[in-house]
Design a protein around this ligand. Structure first.
Ligand code: CU
Length: 111
């Protein structure tokens, strides 16, 4: 009985870590683009994915949903990351408020 009580919490923690590791993706925040320079990129993820935007340039940018089932936005900054776990399926139009409409991306969240 004593062994069982100790073992259960460890199993629960491992399962949580495995789920988080699988459902995560990274999006580059450049000067002045998301993912890559050129045409508007589409990033497709499954519902429940933790999306992390990583600032890679030198200029100030933010991440702001202008159209989509849920609105969210980061602060303005020139380095670091912003993460959002997306739980609602649909297509999100995301811009940098300073450099839109050039700096735009689509985030497609599948069921
Ligand atoms: Cu910007």
């Amino acid at each position: 009985m004593r062994k069982l009580l100790v073992a259960l919490p460890i199993v629960a923690v491992s399962a949580t870590l495995a789920t988080q590791a699988l459902a995560a993706t990274s999006v580059k925040v450049g000067d002045d683009y998301f993912v890559r320079k050129g045409s508007t990129p589409t990033v497709t993820v499954k519902r429940g994915t933790k999306v992390t935007w990583r600032w890679a340039g030198r200029d100030m940018h933010n991440v702001a949903v202008t159209k989509g089932p849920v609105k969210f936005r980061s602060s303005y900054k020139s380095s670091g990351t912003y993460s959002k776990t997306v739980r609602t399926a649909g297509t999100y139009t995301i811009v940098c408020s300073i450099h839109q409409p050039e700096m735009t991306m689509k985030l497609r969240v599948k069921r």
